[in-house]
Design a protein around this ligand. Structure first.
Ligand code: 8IG
Length: 275
């Protein structure tokens, strides 16, 4: 199916060794030797965490070696182990973004750690801007593909990874069975932290993008390189720049997330139980 990142490069080996150290601490702190599904909750998704299942353990991500402190309001920086009817779910409440300047390996460490804890499924969520006027703030959209517009690669060395069907068609279908009419989009990752200009949004539209954000694509690439199946879920929290006639602001983004939390949590809980 796909080229799997086992031992390709000393740098990659070192990153995966650190991830195994993180995973060992997580196993200790949770008492769960192996997790099944990992979830990263992005902007707007953190309030949905409680609806995934029963919390077994929760701790600060900084209690785990190699995790850095969170830098953004609305990104809690916690790790939680959740039981969803027997499925062991490792939930990251918050993530490291490229714009924090901690380097690209810090951005993907949670994904490498998730793989090291045994997770074979990676669910990546985010809050983002939407280019389709039908997506009002609070609309969830499946990621069907991405454009990595960061100019950076999260892989090291001559490591050729196939990205066809990166976002699992099977998992997308599952979500659409749970929530008929759930739309799909092409996610374009920018480095940020500034939002786009209206001209950049015109460019995104012309190159086939329909969602804009500052995460997910780099993480999905690493998840694929480690052989995981990937589900990408965006919550459109604002119309992309220049579309609404209003400036963008971070508080609005957080509020749209809070308002949509119950809906999002139910969708996550249901799809995890189906995996
Ligand atoms: I929430 O409009 C959120 N994150 N790049 N553009 C980009 N990131 C975002 C946006 C947006 N909204």
């Amino acid at each position: 199916m796909t080229s799997i990142d086992t031992s390709v490069n000393p740098k990659t080996d070192a990153l995966n060794a650190k991830a195994r150290e993180s995973a060992a601490t997580i196993a200790q702190l949770t008492g769960i030797p192996k997790h099944d599904v990992a979830v990263v909750l992005g902007s707007g998704w953190v309030p949905a965490a409680d609806l995934i299942g029963t919390t077994i353990a929760e701790f600060d991500s900084t209690d785990v070696p190699h995790f850095s402190a969170p830098g953004v309001a609305g990104h809690a920086g916690k790790i939680r182990s959740v039981d969803a009817d027997g499925t062991k779910v490792l939930v990251f409440l918050g993530r490291t973004h490229l714009y924090e300047g901690k380097g690209i390996d810090a951005v993907t460490h949670a994904v490498r750690t998730a793989a090291a804890t045994g997770c074979s499924t990676m669910i990546l969520t985010n809050g983002c801007g939407g280019l389709d006027p039908a997506w009002s703030p609070g609309t969830p959209v499946l990621i069907k593909d991405h454009i990595n517009f960061t100019g950076q690669s999260p892989l090291h060395g001559a490591h050729f990874v196939d990205l066809t069907d990166l976002y699992s068609p099977t998992l997308r279908r599952m979500c659409q069975e749970i929530k008929p009419g759930l739309d799909q989009g092409v996610y374009v990752q920018f480095q940020g932290p500034m939002y786009e200009t209206p001209a950049e949004i015109t460019m995104v539209r012309n190159m086939g993008g329909t969602l804009v954000g500052m995460s997910t694509a780099l993480e999905a690439i690493v998840a694929r390189s480690l052989g995981m199946q990937i589900l990408g879920l965006s919550l459109v929290t604002n119309a992309a720049a220049g579309m609404s006639g209003e400036p963008l602001n971070h508080e609005e983004v957080l509020q749209a997330g809070k308002d949509a939390a119950t809906k999002m949590g139910e969708l996550l809980g249901k799809v995890i139980r189906k995996i």
